[in-house]
Design a protein around this ligand. Sequence first.
Ligand code: SF4
Ligand code: SF4
Length: 402
Amino acid sequence: MTVNLALLDTTFDQCIKCTVCTTYCPVAEVQPDYPGPKQSGPDGERLRMKGTAFYDESLKYCTNCKRCEVACPSGVEIGSIIQKAKARSGQHKPKLRDYILSHTDFMGAVATPVAPIVNAVTKVKPVRRIMAKVLDIDERPVMPEYTRKTFRQWYASECPDQTTYDRQVSYFHGCYVNSNDTSVGRDLVKVLNAMAIGVRLLQKEKCCGVPLIANGFLDKAQSHARLNTEQFANALNDTSECVISTSSSCAMTIRDEYHSLLGVDNRNLSDRIFLFNTFLVKEFEKGNMPELKPVNIKIAYHSPCHLVRVGGVVLTVEILRRIPGVELHMLDRRCCGMAGTYGFKKENYETSQAIAAPLFDEIRSIDPDFVVTDCESCKMQVESATEYSVMHPLSVLARALV
Ligand code: SF4
Ligand code: SF4
């Protein structure tokens, strides 16, 4: 692999060795083989600069949840240091399993035309067992279902003409909304149309790159970042005010990590790329609020790690608080342990479940009508391991539209 060196970190030297990061690391808490962010991040980086022999295999345990970065008082980009070190080392040769889990655009294109068959087959226990053995994944997590009609197909055939609106935004739907659960995209259109704003799609888009980064396909992630950035620039030069994402992980990646991790400089655009919550709260504050009716539901809100990282939790909470008839319970800010593709892997499943166990207990103690979160990966984890359904905040808002 040609290593892009944007992959050299410059923040490790700011470490003051306080070890706060290690107390916040969900993996270090449950996985004794993982030395934690301080040792794997800035301490390890000093050694790794001296030679490749200092590379530590335990870096593979990091989920890149970035909770350590939130806790660090010195601005050390610990999660990124670890991801970059893994990429530089070239020691993690991706397996077939890693390809399948991370090439979400390709898998969506292959699976959606035959979605009913794929969905039925992947539920059959003996098939799951064989898949688990062949692909080195754990057979217990429920695989996300594919949709027969993609979001782009729905938009093309059933979405009313969005260019009739005076104001327009572009939507980066991401691969999960396009191929697995189109409801969030449809709800975004409903909500923004109710606020007199049209929603356009980018001419084309690729997966944001987050699963590719986590599985060692840095070159591929970089090429996705280039294509997406070009598309953002085209859309913003055209009639779109901004680009909106509905996924907290996609938003963090396309806004912040394209430059810092992948070396694709999009800083001239990043102040016009938003997670849905930033855009909505700004509009609400300007008085552009859709008319809402009471929904009368009890929800437990789980804040995803990557939303915590960018400081956006307060904005989603603000949206939920404005919906009449919502009984809102905040879940403790714990990692769900899925981390995109991490929790599907055989070697990580137990760690992933151990991280999530307190979250599951808390959900059960609240016993909500729905769990609500901004991240598709957290949704998969909670729905796979508990009896609760998970909604996106936008879907709660769409349900309240008059
Ligand atoms: S990114 Fe998450 S898993 Fe990795 S070291 Fe930081 S807190 Fe731990
Ligand atoms: S929290 Fe930051 S400053 Fe403290 S040990 Fe961790 S990386 Fe170093």
